[in-house]
Design a protein around this ligand. Structure first.
Ligand code: ADQ
Length: 458
């Protein structure tokens, strides 16, 4: 079996003493690396003012070598905050209005990708398979090919891929498409993203879609595919089952005694539809007064990307909105919305999901959305809750037992909340079982194996 080299913007290096890492993705990628032996390379998260960066920080754990590089402050500003998070992220989430094109940032993005390639190349052996993750590193293969590398290189995009009309508003769209053509396998979350990619190529006359999801463009033929990312279903269900004895979960349960809990869990990001969701909750209460004082909506939202102005603005907007709604519909003995800006340990999160009668997952656009899958996995099989899910999350294509909503339709989402709270046990079980069966068969390990098998065959 070939050695595996994974490259992603950030790397989760295990803590000293082997403490469990945060998410299922890190566990699965590490398992794949352990099995084959290999390297995981990425940015250390540190930045310095000097032009000449320190040598790679190498850490070896068992079969895995972690290789971390620092970046300069300018690199981080241009490549990460500038192009990745202020151009590619909004464009891929269909938010043309938020994209900020700056030549400096675009050049910084390509420069840092070249720098990554220069640092990575000496670590690569002839038969290694290379797996690059996400929108930060699209041009990496192209840089590696220019350095003469012939290895198999695969790419997986964790976020949506937009249709041509949206993508081509980006001044450097052609370099981005050309960058993707240098991989042997380009993986998307859903068939919809894959079709957007293929459609864009054909419509602009820069490539052809051949049989079996092969594409031919810029003098190369490569394979496309869709691989819906998932979670460590069994382990997460086990966390949730055991969480009943956790102190924080017990406290949470006592504090909502006699009320139904609705839960929302998202990074603070405009793509997650949090403001629309709060509006929908308010509408639900004002149009269903019988539920007043009978529900608590818990929104757990750690801050993210605060250096980007749109995110900083959003922190204020959501906090003000939650306060306004609590003021408008709350009573002396009832705070309708509990809004928390912190991360929660994974086992506690599993326990909170299980307490909630409704999981409210309503992104305006999302590559997949793992919260939806975690909510399902955490439910009590004898008394499962209801998932209210945006039809614009990749997960909606698989989680067909959810109540699907259009998150822009505030009344429709309010109606789904009401329907979820009054759904019979029989219907809840039937919907949940269908989703849980699917998640047990399609877990994160299967996602990882499917991608790597196709890459090896490509
Ligand atoms: P994200 O946009 O970060 O991921 P998501 O898929 O929901 O979105 O993953 C978030 C993860 O963070 C979940 O595992 C969740 O449990 C965790 N999380 C969120 N809030 C938390 C909190 N307060 N405390 C602890 N944990 C918290 C991107 C894409 C998604 C895609 C993933 C994986 O935007 O569409 O599903 O990558 O490919």
């Amino acid at each position: 079996m070939s050695r595996l080299v994974i490259v992603s913007n950030r790397v989760t290096v295990p803590e000293k003493g082997g403490a469990a890492p945060a998410g299922g993705l890190a566990v699965a990628l590490r398992a794949a690396l352990e099995e084959r032996g290999g390297v995981w390379m990425g940015w250390s998260g540190k930045s310095s003012g000097v032009r000449e960066p320190a040598p790679l920080d190498i850490k070896v754990h068992g079969n895995i070598t972690y290789a971390l590089t620092d970046l300069t402050k300018t690199d981080v500003e241009e490549y990460y905050h500038g192009f990745a998070n202020r151009v590619l992220w909004p464009i891929c989430h269909y938010r043309l209005d938020l994209a900020e094109y700056g030549r400096k940032e675009m050049a910084g993005y390509f420069r840092v990708n070249r720098f990554f390639a220069q640092r990575l190349a000496p670590l690569i052996e002839k038969d290694d398979i290379i797996w690059v993750h996400d929108y930060h590193l699209i041009p990496l293969a192209s840089e590696l090919r220019q350095m003469g590398l012939k290895n198999k290189i695969g790419f997986f995009l964790h976020i949506p891929w937009p249709p041509a009309d949206v993508l081509f508003t980006m001044p450097v769209h052609e370099q981005i498409m050309r960058g993707l053509s240098q991989y042997d396998l380009v993986g998307f979350q859903t068939v919809h993203d894959l079709d957007n990619f293929g459609g864009g190529l054909v419509r602009e006359g820069i490539g052809e879609r051949l049989d079996d999801n092969k594409f031919s463009t810029y003098g190369r033929t490569f394979k496309g595919g869709f691989y819906s990312i998932s979670i460590e279903t069994k382990e997460f269900a086990e966390f949730a089952r055991k969480a009943a004895s956790n102190v924080m979960v017990r406290k949470a349960r006592q504090s909502v005694e006699g009320r139904n809990l609705i839960i929302g869990v998202d990074r603070l990001d405009y793509s997650k539809g949090i403001t629309q969701r709060i509006d929908a909750f308010e509408r639900f209460i004002t149009t269903n007064p019988a539920h007043q004082n009978k529900v608590t909506y818990l929104q757990i939202t750690p801050k993210s990307r605060s250096e980007v102005p749109e995110y900083e603005q959003m922190q204020r907007t959501v906090a003000e909105q939650a306060g306004r709604v609590n003021g408008a519909i709350g009573t002396v003995d009832w705070v309708p919305i509990r809004y928390i800006n912190r991360s929660v340990a994974r086992p506690v999160l599993a326990g909170l999901y299980r307490l909630a009668r409704i999981g409210l997952v309503t992104p305006l656009r999302d590559g997949m959305n793992l919260v939806a899958k975690e909510y399902v996995a955490a439910q009590d099989p004898d008394d499962p809750g209801v998932l209210v899910l945006s039809r614009f999350a990749g997960a909606a294509r698989e989680l067909t037992g959810a109540l699907l909503v259009n998150p822009y339709d505030i009344e429709g989402t309010a109606h789904a909340i009401a329907r979820g709270l009054t759904m019979s046990l029989e219907e809840r079980k039937q919907r949940w079982e269908k989703m849980m069966d699917h998640l047990l068969k399609h877990d994160i390990n299967r996602w990882c194996d499917d991608f790597l098998q196709d890459l090896a065959r490509s």
